[in-house]
Design a protein around this ligand. Structure first.
Ligand code: ATP
Ligand code: MG
Length: 404
């Protein structure tokens, strides 16, 4: 089957009123970026559809890239047909004959966006369906409206008539960078990269923040986080990682905060440092990989005590998800294997034996009131190192870097 174009349906996007134009521009950018290795493609958009003009490029490898693009509800490889019922009938018949798979049943579904077309939906369904049936009498092809092997879609639009028998599900969500910027607290664990991915799916631009505590945590554990960020960069185009030295703060906490509250204070300090970086980077939210009740720091009481230190919205995409759901998502996005590498986390190294699962705000505030954290927080922010990860791709044996 030779297709002329790929037709892209936006789904949720189409209802976004005034912002729609900006959304479409961003989606177009994502589509162009995702398919940039195929030379000769052209991307065009109208109010409610986007089209990739294939110019003889095979649609299959292109569609493998498109299924990963956020903001696409579904898409179809389409044939362009003249706006004339006989031409549509002929094209439909050619389509059925050219199928590489056996079909026993089919139906025709017409969408008539162009109301000037002289026939209505039913008339077109009957005319096209009848024509296909008539020429397939010898092989017993039948119509099945409920569950056909082939749903032949005829879309009559102002600019042309599109014919397809295939609808491919897209990744859904919203186009990258269409919903503002947030920072992602990225540990080396399983959860936070998944949380970052979910946030990107909703159109957020993200920058990562990672806390590390040398010499208690090694270069290897830092590398692990960079590797995770690299996987995220494959979707985002690039990724900025802020690496925060956290040893000094952790040592002070260990020495001066009662052991059962050290975890709560550690998290509160992390959040304060993350908050400063978030503001510096003009981001408006902090994303974490927390899931309710998973560990002591993620009970509702803990979150209540930890969250006190900031007014910045904290987004927790995984909050209601079970661990095995998160694990299978990590597998799907390709971060699980990296997350499973053994490593020392700056939190696990200092984790007390019995962290409080029901810490109290008044108590933690009282313990912290004896320490001047301000200077320590400022120093951690100042000494934060930035690593920019660019998506890498192999082009004729050598690795090329490019930015979204
Ligand atoms: P993860 O698998 O993401 O590490 P976890 O189940 O191990 O999560 P915690 O270690 O309690 O849970 O961390 C909760 C969240 O706090 C993490 O998802 C992450 O967003 C953030 N976080 C924890 N440790 C770090 C770190 N070293 N650097 C940056 N963020 C961190
Ligand atoms: Mg962790």
């Amino acid at each position: 089957m030779k297709y002329d174009q790929i037709m892209i349906r936006f789904g949720e996007l189409s209802t976004k009123g005034k912002n729609r134009k900006g959304f479409i521009t961003k989606l177009k950018r994502s589509v162009k970026y995702a398919t940039r290795e195929f030379k000769g493609l052209e991307v065009q958009s109208t109010r409610d559809r986007m089209y990739i003009i294939l110019n003889d490029v095979d649609y299959k490898p292109v569609s493998e890239k498109l299924v990963k693009v956020f903001g696409i509800q579904s898409f179809s490889p389409v044939m362009i047909v003249e706006k004339d019922i006989d031409a549509i009938k002929d094209a439909a018949l050619q389509y059925v004959k050219g199928l590489s798979r056996e079909i026993a049943t089919f139906k025709v579904t017409t969408k008539r966006a162009d109301k000037n077309f002289p026939m209505d939906t039913n008339e077109i369904n009957h005319a096209v369906g009848g024509h296909v049936l008539w020429h397939n009498q010898e092989n017993g092809l039948k119509v099945n409206v409920k569950n056909p092997d082939l749903n032949l879609i005829v879309e009559i639009r102002k600019e042309a008539v599109y014919l397809t028998g295939e609808v491919i599900q897209g990744a859904g969500g919203m186009p990258l960078h269409s919903n503002g910027k947030a920072t992602l607290m990225l540990s080396g664990g399983i959860d936070s990269p998944v949380a970052g991915f979910q946030a990107m799916k909703r159109g957020l631009e993200i920058e990562c923040i990672h806390f590390y505590s040398p010499p208690f945590t090694s270069e290897r554990s830092k590398q692990k986080v960079i590797d995770l960020a690299e996987v995220l960069a494959e979707t985002a185009g690039h990724m900025l990682v802020h690496i925060v030295p956290f040893t000094e703060i952790q040592k002070v906490i260990q020495q001066q905060i009662p052991e059962n509250y050290s975890m709560t204070t550690t998290r509160r300090l992390m959040l304060q440092v993350a908050d400063r970086i978030t503001k510096k980077r003009e981001a408006l939210a902090i994303i974490t990989g927390e899931s309710l009740g998973q560990v002591a720091s993620q009970t509702l009481h803990s979150m209540y005590a930890i969250n006190e230190v900031t007014n910045t919205p904290i987004i927790r995409p995984l909050i209601t998800m079970d661990k095995n759901e998160i694990i299978s998502m990590a597998q799907e996005i390709g971060t699980l294997e990296i997350s499973n590498r053994p490593f020392e986390d700056c939190c696990t190294v200092f984790t007390p034996v019995n962290p409080k699962t029901m810490p109290r705000r008044d108590k933690v505030n009282q313990y912290e009131s004896h320490i001047d954290f301000e200077e320590l927080i400022e120093r951690a922010v100042e000494q934060t190192e930035e690593v920019l990860i660019r998506r890498k791709r192999k082009v004729n044996q050598h690795v090329e870097e490019d930015l979204f």
